[in-house]
Design a binder for this molecule. Structure first.
Ligand code: URA
Length: 243
């Protein structure tokens, strides 16, 4: 693929902008400067730098973000900074077939929820990970206002009715992990689902953190607000059920 097309496909701007970056000497490929926008490179395993920043070629981008509290998952947030401001520019403007829209969050977490959020520009991946039909388990660590008791855990596992939906929703797994803490696994993602389920059993969420999706655990060394690429092993782990 031509170098200007490589940069374009990775979100570095229009082809004209990409050609300019290359001609001005801002791009290196496999460690060597390249000033020819038409130079051809195989994209498999390709790494290049733009203005000194290392960049791996990725046909589709798959990342995980450790969402911090006080951020909104919307591109057009109403009150808090958007999670998209935590990503570098090229990831926010990767071209798809029909538009320039960059990576999208796989589902949403509330403003005050922290933890594991997947992001991608692969529409079928986003659908597979977020559709309730695929039953991908998502694990939440919940801090509660009142002590957790066995009756609450039993009701969460059995199923509770949420205000607008006559069909009860049940946790796939639920265990108390402390006096004011429980771990809840859900395979759907209804609006404010954890908070509403906890309220339905007479308790209240004081803190919410998503620690795992499928077999993929939020890395302990990834600080809140930081992101990283998903590797082949991470993508395989997402297909596994949680233990
Ligand atoms: N359930 C909630 O109530 N909030 C979230 O952010 C995620 C799941």
């Amino acid at each position: 693929m031509q170098l200007q097309d490589i940069l374009f496909s990775q979100g570095f701007g229009t082809r004209r902008v990409c050609a300019g970056l290359i001609q001005l000497g801002h791009v290196t490929v496999a460690g060597a400067p390249c000033t020819d926008p038409g130079a051809e490179f195989p994209t498999e395993g390709l790494r290049f730098t733009v203005q000194g920043v290392d960049w791996p070629f990725a046909d589709k981008a798959y990342l995980l973000l450790h969402k911090p509290a006080g951020t909104e998952c919307s591109q057009k947030p109403s009150a808090w900074p958007s999670i998209y401001t935590l990503l570098p520019g090229p990831l926010r403007q990767r071209p798809t077939k029909s538009s320039i829209q960059g990576v999208q969050a796989v589902g949403r977490l509330d403003q005050d929820t922290t933890g594991l959020l997947l992001m991608s520009d692969d529409g079928s991946f986003i659908h597979r990970m977020s559709s309730p039909k695929h039953h991908v388990p998502k694990v939440y660590e919940v801090r509660t206002k009142h002590p957790v008791d066995a009756e609450q855990v039993r009701r969460l596992l059995e199923g509770v009715v949420l205000d607008d939906d006559p069909k009860p929703v049940a946790a796939a797994a639920c265990e108390a992990t402390g006096e004011l803490e429980l771990r809840l696994t859900l395979t759907e993602g209804k609006y404010h689902q954890v908070k509403r389920m906890i309220a339905a059993v007479g308790n209240r969420v004081e803190g919410l953190h998503r620690s795992r999706i499928g077999g993929l655990v939020l890395p302990a060394d990834l600080a809140a607000g930081r992101w990283r690429w998903l590797g082949v092993e991470d993508l395989a782990a997402l297909r596994e059920p949680s233990p």
